[in-house]
Ligand binder design. Structure first.
Ligand SMILES: *Cc1c(COP(=O)(O)O)cnc(C)c1O
Length: 408
C-alpha cells in the first residue's frame, strides 16, 4: 500500500477552505452562527502563526497541564501478551485526568484574544467539563457547562468538581438527557449570546473550524510520542492504537504519523453489548452518512434519519457521530477501525491495573483491548504504541458497582 494510494490529499492541507475532509465535515449551522465560526477560524489562523500565542500555549501546557507526558514501556503487559513491545503514551498523567486539557487551554487563549469573557461547553462524562472549568478558573472567565440530567446523576463527582472550580453546571432535561442533548443546549445558548461568548467544543467534531482546531491542539501528543520513540527505540512504532469517541485523542496521536505509511494506525470504537441496534456506539459498524450538530459524517441513525440510541460502558465514547476526519481516513483506508465490547473492557481494565499499576480510563481501555489482541499477533521485535487518553479514577465507582463491590 503506497502513501499516494491512501493519501490522495496530504494531511496538512485538510480540511479545505470550506472545512471539508473529502466528502465529510463542512459547516452545517444556523445563519446566526456563521459569523462567529468565521471569526473563530480567522482568529485561530492568525494565532497559530503568532509566536507570542504559541509561546503562551506551550507555557501553559507545561506549567498547568504537565506536558510533556511520558512514553512508558508496559513491561509486564508485554510479557503477558508474549508479542510486540507495548508502550503507553501517558496522557492520563495530565492535569484534570485526560488529554482534554490540551484543547481547553488552546481554546481559552483564543477566547481571550477575541475578548470574549464568557465560556460555554458541553460535557458527557464530565471530563471536558472539568477541563473547561479548570481553565476558566485559571483565566478568570465565566463558565457554564451543559450536561444531560442522566449524565449528571451518573457523574455526580465531576459535577461537584466543576462547581468547586466556579463553573455553573446546567442540567439538560430534553431527549435522552445525555451528551447529544447537552450539545443542542450549548448551541442554543451560543446562538443567543454569541457576541460575548465562546463555545469550547470538546472533541474533533462539529462545524468547521472545530474538527481541525481541536485536532491541532492535540497534535502535541503525536509529536512528543514520535520524538520520544525515536530517542528510546531509534525508530518509529509499527502500529499505533487509540480509542475513538468524537476522535480528538486519536487524531492527535495519529496526525504526525499519517505520512509514514509503514506505521499502521488503528482507531477503536465502543462495541457496547455487541453490534446490534441501540446496543453500541461503533459508527463504522452500520452508521450511515448524514449531518449531525454541524458536520457531515458517519452517524448511527435509522432509515428516517432519526438518531439511534447508543450504548457504551464508557460515557466518553457514547455518541452517535464520529469526527469527519476519521470518516475520511476510514474511506481512504489509511486508518483501520476496530471495536471493543463492554465485557472485554471490564476484563482489561482490571488486567492493566494489576499488571502495570496504572488504572486506565474506561475509554482508553478500549484501545488496550485491541492492543492486547494485536500484540499477541505481532513479533517481539515489533513495537506497539497505545495512547492512554486518560486515567480511570473517575470510573472506579462504576466498575465497583458492576463487580458487585459496595464502596460506601
Ligand atoms: C472524552 C474522552 C475520550 C473520547 O474523546 P475523543 O475526542 O475521541 O478523544 C477518550 N478518552 C478519555 C479519557 C476521555 O475523557
Amino acid at each position: 500500500m503506497s502513501a499516494s494510494a491512501v493519501l490522495p490529499v496530504p494531511p496538512e492541507s485538510l480540511p479545505n477552505a470550506a472545512g471539508r475532509f473529502g466528502a465529510f465535515g463542512g459547516c452545517y449551522v444556523p445563519e446566526t452562527l456563521m459569523t462567529a465560526l468565521k471569526e473563530l477560524g480567522e482568529v485561530y489562523e492568525t494565532a497559530r502563526h503568532d509566536p507570542a500565542y504559541r509561546a503562551e500555549l506551550l507555557r501553559h501546557l507545561k506549567e498547568f497541564a504537565g506536558r510533556p507526558t511520558e512514553l512508558y514501556f508496559a513491561e509486564r503487559l508485554t510479557a503477558h501478551c508474549g508479542g510486540a513491545k507495548i508502550y503507553f503514551k501517558r496522557e492520563d498523567l495530565l492535569h484534570t485526568g485526560a488529554h482534554k486539557i490540551n484543547n481547553a487551554i488552546g481554546q481559552v487563549l483564543l477566547a481571550k484574544r477575541m475578548g470574549k469573557p464568557r465560556i460555554i461547553a458541553e460535557t458527557g462524562a464530565g471530563q471536558h467539563g472539568v477541563a473547561t472549568a479548570a481553565v476558566c478558573a485559571k483565566f478568570g472567565l465565566k463558565c457554564r457547562v451543559y450536561m444531560g440530567a442522566v449524565d449528571m446523576e451518573r457523574q455526580a463527582l465531576n459535577v461537584f468538581r466543576m462547581r468547586l472550580m466556579g463553573a455553573e453546571v446546567v442540567g439538560v432535561e430534553a431527549g435522552q438527557k445525555t451528551l447529544k442533548d447537552a450539545v443542542n443546549e450549548a448551541m442554543r445558548d451560543w446562538v443567543t449570546n454569541v457576541r460575548d461568548t465562546h463555545y469550547i467544543l470538546g472533541s474533533a467534531l462539529g462545524a468547521h473550524p472545530y474538527p481541525m482546531m481541536v485536532r491541532d491542539f492535540h497534535r502535541v501528543i503525536g509529536q512528543e510520542a514520535r520524538a520520544q520513540m525515536l530517542e528510546r527505540e531509534g525508530r518509529l512504532p509499527d502500529e499505533i492504537i487509540a480509542c475513538v469517541g468524537g476522535g480528538s485523542n486519536a487524531m492527535g496521536v495519529f496526525f504526525d504519523f499519517l505520512k509514514d505509511e509503514q506505521v499502521r494506525l488503528v482507531g477503536v470504537e465502543a462495541g457496547g453489548h455487541g453490534i446490534s441496534k441501540g446496543e453500541h456506539a461503533a459508527r463504522f459498524e452500520g452508521g450511515k452518512l448524514g449531518v449531525l450538530q454541524g458536520c457531515k459524517t458517519y452517524i448511527l441513525q435509522n432509515d428516517d434519519g432519526q438518531i439511534e440510541l447508543t450504548h457504551s460502558i464508557s460515557a466518553g465514547l457514547d455518541y452517535a457521530a464520529i469526527g469527519p476526519e476519521h470518516a475520511y481516513y476510514r474511506d481512504t483506508g489509511r486508518i483501520r477501525y476496530a471495536y471493543a465490547c463492554d465485557d472485554e473492557v471490564m476484563e482489561t481494565f482490571q488486567l492493566c491495573s494489576r499488571l502495570e499499576g496504572i488504572i486506565p480510563a474506561l475509554e482508553s481501555t478500549h484501545a488496550i483491548v485491541e492492543g492486547v489482541k494485536r500484540a499477541r499477533q505481532m513479533r517481539p521485535d515489533e513495537i506497539l504504541l497505545i495512547n492512554l487518553s486518560g486515567r480511570g479514577d473517575k470510573d472506579v465507582n462504576q466498575v465497583a458497582k458492576l463487580l458487585g463491590v459496595k464502596l460506601f
